[in-house]
Design a protein around this ligand. Structure first.
Ligand SMILES: [Fe+2]
Length: 186
């Protein structure tokens, strides 16, 4: 099961777990209420025929998909790429990732400026809503293979914080105030 926890504020290696002391975990349902982040379990070995994924793609209109692999070997200038992924940003569209192999961390901000760390492993599909401040890092295994999904032509542009005047940010804040009730439900 996917694990979510509140992060500490230590400036050490971003790939470490960064638990608070003592650790504070968050339930999946609470993650959704706080941030609107959605989670689905998919059979990564047969994702093409996975019922949940098939339904999700049809209902949300995810027409585009591709695959990315991040590792020390695959990414030239790995250390700087890691730092770039870890810069707090938002997007005008959802960020949808299905982990096929390896692992990593998506960090999302809650409404009290806490960082929530979401550990993703094989078979985890995560949907980061448009307008939420977030960042990504590989963990100390330094390897992740994932599929990316998108509605129409993909736009991967990150807008670094501050981006509070963007429409997607304003819309996100509004949904957050309503605890994402009936927002984007499959
Ligand atoms: Fe992103």
């Amino acid at each position: 099961m996917v694990k979510i926890w509140f992060m500490d504020n230590e400036q050490t290696d971003q790939r470490l777990e960064h638990h608070r002391s003592p650790p504070e975990y968050l339930e999946l349902a609470d993650l959704y209420k706080k941030t609107g982040v959605e989670y689905f379990k998919i059979n990564a070995d047969a994702y093409q025929s996975d019922e949940v994924l098939t339904q999700l793609r049809a209902k949300r209109g995810y027409t585009y998909d591709d695959e990315i692999t991040c590792s020390e070997k695959c990414l030239p200038d790995y250390a700087n790429k890691l730092k770039a992924f870890f810069t707090e940003h938002l997007h005008t569209d959802e960020e949808i990732r299905l982990v096929l192999d390896g692992s990593g961390y998506f960090d999302v901000r809650d409404n009290e400026e806490n960082w929530l760390r979401i550990q993703v492993v094989k078979g985890d599909l995560i949907i980061i809503p448009a307008g939420i401040y977030h960042r990504f890092t590989l963990d100390s295994n330094n390897f992740i293979k994932a599929r990316r999904y998108f509605v129409g032509e993909p736009v991967w542009t990150p807008h670094n914080r501050p981006a509070d005047d963007m429409d997607c940010r304003k819309s996100y804040i509004k949904h957050q105030a309503e605890h994402f009730v009936q927002f984007n439900k499959v």
